[in-house]
Design a protein around this ligand. Structure first.
Ligand SMILES: Nc1ncnc2c1ncn2[C@@H]1O[C@H](COP(=O)(O)OP(=O)(O)OP(=O)(O)O)[C@@H](O)[C@H]1O
Length: 282
């Protein structure tokens, strides 16, 4: 039995002539302890896929199974790091993380909860800002609070919807490593949605492209056979890395070009000529 299973998932939005099928025939199986990355174009349905797995929305057809059971609503077992950081604006950094941790571990004492908060705030290098409110933080700092908040709840499965997109390269690299540490140390299962192929190769065991929507569906998987722990600086000289990276980018470029030519076929503009402008704009 797979840890997470998506069977023949379809998701449509709207009704009647406004109905759009965003996801079509999605099949995905993730084993316990695996790290899977899905790479996709903007607007292809990545967040819709995350919301289905998280239980925030239901599929129009098909089923999402988590440990063999249909997903019904959200659960602390699956922690999501969203691309928009949705912090509570009236609470400080520490309080935002505290609230989440308290909800995940209602039996722990205040002291234990505060220790967890301090650890995870430190992990994202925000200890000096622990008493600040979100409106006093930069976008990148808010995103780091969101990462700390999700990881502090120690979910069995970490689901990430482009969580590091707003960050500078250095912070991004540090957080990638922290996420990998937590995933590896505590044997979690992880699903990362990203538009960054290098990030996917650095972090995941498998990369699966999401073909552009509407009717987005998953493409063939690319296995990342590079030993862990992976070293970013060495990766650039790793033949396996280069080969995998080229294959994925080529695949994405091919489907991007397919999409462009389909769009050109669909919108052939009529040849119109203005009739009586002669002499009008003198
Ligand atoms: N609640 C909704 N109602 C109607 N249409 C929606 C809804 N949510 C998403 N869509 C549409 O579904 C498509 C996929 O959206 P989604 O947010 O899943 O894509 P995405 O790949 O995460 O995009 P991005 O990379 O820009 O974040 C878009 O065309 C979007 O307009």
């Amino acid at each position: 039995m797979a840890y997470l299973e998506l069977n023949n998932i379809y998701k449509t939005y709207g009704q009647g002539e406004h109905e759009t099928e965003v996801l079509s025939n999605i099949n995905l199986s993730i084993e316990e302890g695996e790290f899977v990355a899905i790479v996709g174009f903007t607007g292809s349905g990545k967040t819709t896929l995350v919301n289905l797995i998280n239980g925030l929305i239901e599929p129009t057809k098909g089923e999402v199974l988590f440990k063999g059971q249909p997903v019904q609503g959200t659960s602390h077992e699956r922690g999501v790091i969203f691309q928009n950081y949705s912090l509570l604006p009236w609470l400080t950094v520490g309080q935002n993380v505290y609230m989440a941790v308290k909800e995940a571990f209602p039996k722990k004492s205040k002291k234990e909860l505060n220790e967890i908060v301090a650890n995870y705030v430190e992990m994202v290098s925000l200890t000096p800002a622990i008493n600040k409110r979100p409106n006093e933080l930069s976008g990148g700092m808010r995103q780091r609070v969101a990462v700390a908040r999700a990881l502090a709840m120690k979910p069995e499965m970490i689901i990430m919807d482009e969580p590091l997109g707003a960050l500078d390269a250095l912070t991004r690299g540090n957080l990638q490593d922290e996420i990998l540490n937590i995933w590896g140390k505590d044997k979690r299962t992880a699903l990362l949605i990203t538009n960054d192929v290098d990030e996917g190769i650095y972090m995941a065991d498998r990369i699966i492209p999401l073909r552009p929507g509407p009717n987005a569906t998953l493409g063939p998987e690319f296995k990342i056979d590079i030993e862990r722990p992976r070293d970013k600086t060495e990766l650039n000289d790793n033949a396996n890395f280069k080969e995998t990276r080229n294959a994925i980018i080529e695949y994405l470029m091919d489907i991007g070009n397919e999409r462009k030519s389909e769009a050109q076929e669909a919108f052939v503009l009529p040849e119109l000529e203005p009739k009586s402008f002669v002499g009008r704009f003198k």
